[in-house]
Design a protein around this ligand. Sequence first.
Ligand code: 5GP
Length: 185
Amino acid sequence: MSKRGNLFVVSGFSGSGKGTVMKQLCKNEQYALSISCTSRAPREGETNGKEYYFISHEEFVKRQAEGYFLESAIYVNKGYGTPLGFVEENLEAGKDVILEIEMQGALQVKKTYPDTILIFITPPDAKVLRERLEGRGTETQDVIEKRLARAAQECAYMDQYDYIVINDDLDVCVRNITDFINYMS
Ligand code: 5GP
């Protein structure tokens, strides 16, 4: 029987650039990247089953009640959840699984699987965070302000993470995370 895989959680402020970091990490076939379910609407260019499984709010609540999710959270009024089956199957098959989820969910996962390694990605400073959120033009100003307020709250829990990486230069950030994951595996 192969050794059970490791579970890694990557979190970061909205606008930290973690989506781009994850896309780079995805290229490495040794990792199984979990695709979450969300009740938020797809952004332009997003495809169902690729970035997320886009489901209705009713379906989200139903799946939560059925125990379909390993963890779930409400983030700026929308539901997000990690399918438990995918994570378990891949860990059992000996693969390292990476979840890209926000903090509430990350801390739930750590409770369920205490060996989980938590990685946090942050931009170099608050100004860059705002610039990145505004620059991508995918959210209304109201949602941007809510996401920034959420980032300020999340600062309080950063010390729960095992590894904090500054995303100043994308390649360096991806290399640091890859090296860290390889070191921990
Ligand atoms: P976005 O709407 O920008 O794609 O994601 C918003 C936040 O939800 C991000 O911080 C992202 O990491 C987080 N997120 C994505 N999927 C999940 C999930 O399955 N569970 C939780 N708890 N957070 C998630």
